[in-house]
Design a protein around this ligand. Structure first.
Ligand SMILES: O=C(O)CCC(=O)N[C@@H](CCC(=O)O)C(=O)O
Ligand SMILES: [Zn+2]
Length: 333
């Protein structure tokens, strides 16, 4: 039997395209992609994506081990499952991306850029996901996009909920997020070009981007730090309820402002050691560009993903405010 990750790291060659165990069948429609169909009836279709940023390796290792166990008939499967390793070429080169950050290309944003590996792969993954969910339209659809962050964080594990223009967030999902050990959840305030917004908006999925720790190269991950997500995924796909975690209450934030790198002169007034979710008070000059300085306008605001090194026109960070549970249960109309 093949090893999913070892083979995918080597090349795009798919040695075996389909197979069966005693309880499920699987097929590989593209490199780094595998779908599982349980023989028994189910009403859930789940997508787990990893490696949308090629250097975020811990989720890739965890999910690939799960794939190997399923193929070997060692795991119970009670849902339809699609597993995706996103940016294969960047993963092979240990990079976040080669030409364009792939998590800025979904919902057809790839059309705004010249053709490159990432634009083509984003289109391919959109089509694969739509096909997968489309084959089971009455099922409940779930998508978790697993990442690790560049910087250290005040909250080690957290989730980002895509903006919803109608309806409300799935409370079973929120419960699951808490039980795998997330400390915080960030609610997006607007549509985005991320994979999780695409699945939520176009495929009617309850979805979430998960940030599970700090990004490290293959071989440098302390996989002990990822036991919550590992167990959570096993329970999710085998239809087991996740035991409640003893961790404290989920901290809620909402995006107050997207910091966009407006020019090469744009500069965040933060050093590289500042952690995600660090608080700043009103008046602190957060960034400057060729024309202006930007002082924080809220009494207190929290910084997430600050990054001076993105390309002009791309997100250089998020500014957050605290939110309340009511904003998750019934988001504003
Ligand atoms: O650590 C960082 O600066 C980036 C970590 C990361 O890749 N985050 C995702 C979040 C996606 C979302 O907003 O749902 C990203 O930037 O794509
Ligand atoms: Zn990422």
């Amino acid at each position: 039997m093949f090893d999913f990750l070892a083979e995918t790291i080597k090349s795009d060659h798919v040695s075996v395209t389909s197979g069966k165990t005693e309880t499920l069948s699987w097929s590989r429609p593209a490199p780094g992609v595998i779908t599982f169909e349980p023989d028994a009836a189910t009403d859930k279709s789940v997508v787990i994506s990893v490696g949308v940023h090629g250097n975020e390796t811990a989720p890739i290792e965890i999910v690939s081990a799960l794939v190997n166990h399923l193929i070997a008939g060692k795991r119970l499967l009670k849902v339809r499952l699609l597993v995706i390793i996103g940016n294969l070429e960047a993963m092979r080169q240990g990079q976040r991306y080669l030409t364009i950050d792939m998590n800025r290309l979904f919902s057809d944003h790839y059309l705004q850029h010249g053709s490159c590996y990432e634009t083509q792969r984003a289109l391919q993954l959109q089509e694969i996901m739509q096909h997968f969910y489309g084959a089971a339209q009455r099922h409940s659809h779930l998508h978790f996009d697993l990442h690790t962050a560049i910087r250290a964080s005040q909250h080690l594990r957290f989730g980002l909920l895509p903006y919803l223009d109608k309806g409300q967030y799935d409370l079973h999902m929120i419960d699951w997020l808490q039980n795998i050990g997330l400390e915080a959840v960030v609610i997006n305030h607007a549509p985005a070009a991320t994979f999780s917004f695409f699945s939520s908006n176009q495929c009617d999925a309850a979805s979430c981007t998960l940030e599970l720790g700090k990004a490290s190269p293959f071989g440098y991950n302390d996989l002990q730090q990822f036991t919550g997500i590992k167990q959570g995924l096993v329970n999710l796909i085998s239809g087991q309820k996740n035991p409640s975690s003893s961790s404290s209450e989920l901290q809620l934030y909402k995006v107050a402002k997207v910091l966009t790198k407006s020019s090469e002169q744009f500069k965040l007034n933060l050093d590289e050691q500042v952690k995600n979710f660090t608080a700043f008070n009103k008046g602190f000059i957060l960034y400057e560009d060729h024309k202006n300085q930007y002082p924080i306008q809220q009494e207190t605001a929290y910084i997430l993903f600050p990054n001076n090194h993105v390309k002009v026109g791309f997100r250089a960070g998020l500014l957050l405010q605290k939110a309340h549970l009511s904003e998750i249960i019934s988001p504003p109309e």
